[in-house]
Design a protein around this ligand. Structure first.
Ligand code: N01
Length: 586
């Protein structure tokens, strides 16, 4: 990984504020594509990236075993970014590992000559909207400053790490690591005693790798997950070639799908099938590996508890089969929440790891972690002495990084104050009171409930489309009308409420962060239906947004026309839910 990629903005370093048409924050998948798209409009763009290189999530998450849970052939930019890159790039594994994905993003950045507009090691500490100038003023941690008419956040959904405030955490004398900020030089656990706290998708990838090196690993599990076998393997050249040949159809299918993957969703309920047929369908998906288990078996797991019970029991049975010690198998088998109401991790050897002599599973639900001591972790009155603690404890997802950037809109309104009871957005992409602020993969858009590149491409293209429209029509300011935003929030909550998701504690609903409002953060109405709504909004001249020249007064909240628009969103709710593979009408 090359660390000397900084291209400095001379103006930002001379004590004066540089002025750009747009500022983009973040240089992962989203920021790279946003930069490219805005350049296509002929705009001057500056990207600020906190890391020392491109990659976003894939720059920071270098923990052992880190790899993508989407099949790599679909985890990349489509021909919308570059047909040439799509043709040239070849993945080596079914699920690409972190170093390969990082290489891919570096390849994209070089190929598209993106680095010259990116400033690395540049952390945004504030972004203030100046209504008179219709401009965003951005300040950086190192004293740099810049302004721009448009501010686009491309900061990812899982970029603010969460380390629980365990008593005594600072007293530990050994090594401590958070998986989301892993040392670039790697960590050698050979012969070490290691505590891993957490059993989410990250730990499920890391534990088998750490266990291969360590003298002993203690895994502190608070909630077991329904881990699906990934069945990772070298990517067959013929398969990869077939995907490339059919990419136009496959990408279109992914764009119109519920979760951003071109899988064959069949509208059917598990409860309508006799047990032996159900079993056959489950076994086939289990053997295939990956999210086929959730997406290609039955279509009503998220809205029908009875149907969900069948798949939940199937997965529990599989876990019990693999784990040799029945007590450990039972502890690993989730019973407190339905399948897929938390993000199911993909595993490659996770359950087998608990058959090793050097791995011990501990129940952090019934015997919670009491404190971190200078020597290790105390739980149930016992001190587990270790050389290293790995915090696989997740992220302050979706809002943590946005709030950390100090975004202040019109009249001094801070984003965290506006969203103190939960996010309020129009389409997840804009929020009233923050003109010309656009959020890629924001809350109330499909974001993490999609194969990410597909959600990102849609968001970026919509934002670029809007900015292009504004420039063509001599418009300077875009801000959602109050009623349009209210209706989107209402629709979002209505769709969320029709699913089982709100009933399970997960980061999807903010339950992992004490005090965070409990609401479903990503939009569950489906990637395809969301795209259709956004497209319709655009075709109607960006209905629901108030577009104006910058001298115009702050936009009024309500109009009869917007009422109609909002009404259409509401009607679409039932279509959306059906379109996303759910059965319950709203
Ligand atoms: O984080 P998590 P993650 N005491 O929040 C536990 C994506 N991802 O980094 O479940 C004890 O899921 C917590 O316990 P509980 C993917 O979307 C993608 O693993 O809250 N334990 C949980 O077990 C994923 O969902 C890929 O009871 C505590 C764990 O820490 C998301 O990232 C790969 C605790 C946190 O799990 C986040 O996954 C990996 C406490 N006080 C991840 N606090 C790819 O596809 C927390 N925990 C590339």
């Amino acid at each position: 990984m090359s660390e000397n990629q900084t291209t400095t903005a001379p103006q930002a370093r001379s004590g004066q504020s540089a002025d750009f048409d747009a500022i983009v924050v973040g240089a992962g998948f989203s920021g790279l594509y946003m930069l490219h798209s805005l350049r296509q409009l002929g705009m001057s763009v500056r990207v600020y990236e906190q890391g020392g290189g491109v990659g976003g999530t894939w720059y920071w998450n270098r923990y052992p075993g880190a790899r993508c849970d989407s099949e790599s052939v679909y985890y990349m930019f489509s021909d919308h970014m570059s047909e040439e890159i799509l043709g040239e790039w070849n993945w080596s594994e079914r699920y690409a590992a972190q170093p390969e994905i990082l290489r891919y993003l570096e390849f994209v950045a070089d190929k598209m000559d993106l680095r010259r507009d990116i400033e690395f090691n540049a952390r945004v500490i504030s972004a203030d909207y100046d209504a008179e100038r219709a401009s965003w003023d951005v300040r950086l941690a190192d004293g740099g400053a810049a302004s721009a008419r448009f501010l686009v956040t491309a900061v990812g959904c899982l970029s603010s790490t969460n380390t629980p405030k365990f008593p005594g955490i600072d007293t530990f004398a050994g090594e401590s690591y958070h998986t989301g900020a892993w040392p670039h030089e790697g960590v050698d656990f050979t012969g070490k005693r290691v505590a891993v706290i957490g059993t989410g998708a990250t730990a499920v990838q890391a534990v088998p790798e750490i266990a291969k090196q360590a003298a002993h690993v203690w895994v502190f599990q608070r909630t077991p997950n329904y881990d699906i076998p990934g069945r990772n393997r070298p990517l067959a050249a013929e398969y990869a070639a077939d995907v490339k040949t059919a990419y136009r159809d496959l990408w279109q299918k992914a764009r119109e799908s519920g979760f951003g993957l071109p899988y064959q969703v069949i509208e059917r309920s598990a409860v309508d099938y006799p047990p032996e047929d159900r079993q056959r369908i489950f076994e086939a998906a289990w053997a295939k590996g990956g999210f086929y288990m959730g997406l290609e078996t039955f279509s009503d797991f998220l809205v029908n508890k009875e149907s969900n019970d069948t798949v939940s029991e199937f997965v529990r049975g599989k876990i019990r089969e693999v784990v040799e010690d029945p007590a450990v198998g039972e502890l690993l088998a989730p019973k407190d929440h339905p399948f897929f109401t938390k993000r199911p991790p993909l595993e490659n050897g996770y359950y087998e790891t608990f058959n090793r002599d050097n791995v011990t599973l501990l129940d952090a639900r019934n015997t919670p972690i009491e404190e971190i001591t200078s020597r290790g972790v105390r739980t149930g009155g016992h001190e587990y002495e270790v050389d290293a603690i790995v915090y696989a404890t997740g992220f302050d997802a979706m809002t943590g990084t946005l709030f950390g950037m100090g975004i202040t809109g019109r009249d001094g309104l801070r984003l965290q104050d506006k969203w103190q009871d939960g996010p309020r957005t129009y389409l997840g992409l804009t929020t009233r009171g923050f003109p010309n602020l656009f959020i890629i993969t924001g809350p109330q858009s499909p974001s993490v409930l999609s194969n990410m590149p597909v959600a990102i491409e849609q968001n970026v293209e919509w934002i670029a489309g809007l900015i292009g429209y504004m420039r063509a029509h001599d418009l300077d300011v875009a801000e959602p009308a109050q009623e349009a935003e209210d209706k989107w929030v209402e629709h979002h909550n209505e769709v969320a409420g029709a699913t089982l998701l709100l009933g399970t504690d997960s980061w999807w609903v903010g339950a992992n962060i004490p005090g965070k409002p409990r609401t479903l953060y990503p939009y569950v109405g489906g990637v395809g239906p969301f795209r259709a709504v956004c497209q319709e909004v655009a075709e109607k001249g960006y209905e629901g947004l108030v577009l104006s020249g910058h001298e115009a007064p702050a936009p009024a909240g309500v109009s009869g026309q917007r009422h109609t628009i909002a009404g259409r969103h509401r009607r679409r709710a039932s279509a959306t839910v059906r379109g996303a593979g759910f059965r319950r009408d709203l």
